[in-house]
Design a protein around this ligand. Structure first.
Ligand code: NAP
Ligand code: G4F
Length: 337
C-alpha cells in the first residue's frame, strides 16, 4: 500500500515542492486548499491531474486552518501516515497589520491540526513548519539550543506553534517534529517576499516595463537556501524513528543589498540607478541577522544544502526573465477544473 500524506499549505511555495517530492516517492498526497475568489492552485497545476483520472494520486480538499471541523473530517477521511503542517499567514511585515489573524492561523492553526489528529484517532507522524524568525533578535549563529526572541506577530505565533508541537510530543507521545527552516527561496516564492520581488523587478527593468524598485531595509542579513532542497529535509525528519527538532540552513550570510547587487549584475544593470528606499517596507521591529547552524541535520539526517547564493540568484532571475517572456508571448494557460 502506498503511504498517504496530508499537506496543509499545499498551494504555497513549499507545499507545491513537497507534493511533487512525495508523489515522486510513490505517496498518495492529499492537500488542504482554502477557498479563494481567484485561482490559488497555480503552483501545483503541473502535478494536479483530474481526481477521477485512474492515475490520480494528488487530491485537493477545501478546508481552513481556522476551521477545526474541516480538519477533523479531512484527517478522518484520508487517514494519513504523515501530516505536514505548512499552512500559515507567512508574511512577516503583513503580520504587523493582521496580528490576530496571524496568531489564529499560524499559531492556533498548528494546535488545531494536532488536536484534529487526536480527535480523529489517527496514528500518524507530524511535521510542523517552524521558522528561524523565532530567533528574532538573538544573535547568530542560531541552532536548536539558541533561545527564541521573536520580533513580530508572525514570530510570536511560530514560537507558540513550536512549543505546542513539543507539548503534543511529550503529553500525548505523538511523533511530531519541528523543522526550524531558515529563509528558502525559488521561482515559486511569493512575489512580495524580498528575493522574488527583486528577481521579478530585474526582469521587468531589463525589459523596459518598470523603472524603479522600492525596497525597505537593505542591511538585513539572511541565510538564503533553495526551497526544493528544504522540503527533502522535512521528509527526512518524518522518516526518523524518534521525533525531534532540526535547524535547516546553509550557514551562508548575505545582506539584502548583496542580493540586489547580484541580481542586477546578472543582467548587467547598475542597481543604484533603479532602487529607492520606501519607508512603508520597514518593519516596526526588524530581525537584523539570521544565520543558521545546521550541523545536527547534517549529522542525524544526512542533509546538506547544495545550491549556493550565486546559483540561487541565477535560478530566480533566469526564471523571472523566462516567465516575463512567456507572459508577453501569451504562452501561459491557466487550467480550470
Ligand atoms: P507560502 O508560500 O506563503 O504558503 C503558505 C500556504 O498556507 C499557502 O498554501 C496558503 O494558501 C496557506 N494558507 C494561508 N492561510 C491559510 C488558512 N487560513 N488555512 C489554510 N491554508 C492557509 O509559504 P511557504 O514559503 O511555502 O512556507 C511554508 C511554511 O513554512 C509556512 O508555514 C511558513 O511560515 C514556514 N516557513 C517558511 C520559510 C521560508 O523561507 N519560505 C522559512 C521558515 C518557515 P494560499 O495559497 O491560498 O495563500
Ligand atoms: O523576504 P522577507 O519578507 O522574509 P522574512 O521576513 O525573512 O521572512 C521569511 O523568512 C522567514 C524565515 O526566517 C519565514 F519564516 C517567513 O515565513 C518568510 O518566508 O524579508 C527579508 C528581509 C527582511 O529583513 C526585510 O525587512 O528583507 C527585508 N526587506 C527589505 N525590503 C524587504 C523589503 N522585505 C520585503 N518582503 N519587501 C521589501 O520590499
Amino acid at each position: 500500500m502506498p503511504k498517504v500524506a496530508l499537506i496543509t499549505g499545499t498551494t504555497g511555495q513549499d507545499g507545491s515542492y513537497l507534493a511533487e517530492l512525495l508523489l515522486d516517492k510513490g505517496y498518495v498526497v492529499h492537500g488542504l486548499k482554502r477557498r479563494s475568489s481567484s485561482f490559488n492552485t497555480e503552483r501545483i497545476e503541473r502535478v494536479d491531474v483530474h481526481p477521477r483520472h485512474p492515475d490520480a494520486r494528488l487530491f485537493l480538499h477545501y478546508g481552513d486552518l481556522g476551521d477545526m471541523g474541516s480538519l477533523v473530517h479531512l484527517i478522518r477521511e484520508v487517514q494519513p501516515d504523515e501530516v505536514y503542517n505548512l499552512g500559515a499567514q507567512s508574511h512577516v511585515r503583513v503580520s504587523f497589520d493582521v496580528p490576530g489573524y496571524t496568531a489564529d492561523v499560524t499559531g492556533l492553526g498548528a494546535v488545531r491540526v494536532m488536536e484534529a489528529i487526536r480527535i480523529a484517532g489517527v496514528n500518524c507522524r507530524v511535521y510542523q513548519a517552524s521558522s528561524s524568525e523565532m530567533y528574532g533578535s538573538t544573535p547568530p549563529p542560531q541552532r536548536e539550543t539558541t533561545p527564541f526572541h521573536p520580533r513580530s506577530p508572525y514570530g510570536c505565533s511560530k514560537v507558540f506553534a513550536y512549543w505546542s508541537a513539543v507539548n503534543y510530543r511529550e503529553a500525548w507521545d505523538m511523533h511530531v517534529s519541528n523543522g526550524i527552516l531558515f529563509n528558502h527561496e525559488s521561482p515559486r516564492r511569493g512575489e512580495n517576499f524580498v528575493t522574488r520581488k527583486i528577481s521579478r523587478a530585474v526582469a521587468r527593468i531589463e525589459a523596459g516595463i518598470q523603472d524603479t524598485l522600492f525596497l525597505g531595509n537593505l542591511d538585513a542579513v539572511r541565510d538564503w537556501g533553495y526551497a526544493p532542497e528544504y522540503v527533502e529535509a522535512m521528509w527526512l525528519m518524518l522518516q526518523q524513528d524518534k521525533p525531534d527538532d532540526y535547524v535547516i540552513a546553509t550557514g551562508e550570510a548575505r545582506t539584502v543589498r548583496e542580493f540586489v547587487h547580484a541580481a542586477f549584475a546578472m543582467v548587467d544593470i547598475d542597481w543604484e540607478k533603479h532602487v529607492q528606499i520606501d519607508p512603508q517596507y520597514m518593519r516596526p521591529t526588524e530581525v537584523d541577522a539570521l544565520i543558521g547552524d545546521a550541523s545536527k541535520a547534517r549529522e542525524q539526517l544526512g542533509w546538506v544544502p547544495k545550491t549556493g547564493f550565486t546559483d540561487l540568484v541565477r535560478i530566480m532571475v533566469d526564471a523571472d526573465r523566462q516567465l516575463l517572456e512567456d507572459e508577453r508571448m501569451g504562452r501561459l494557460v491557466r487550467i480550470d477544473r
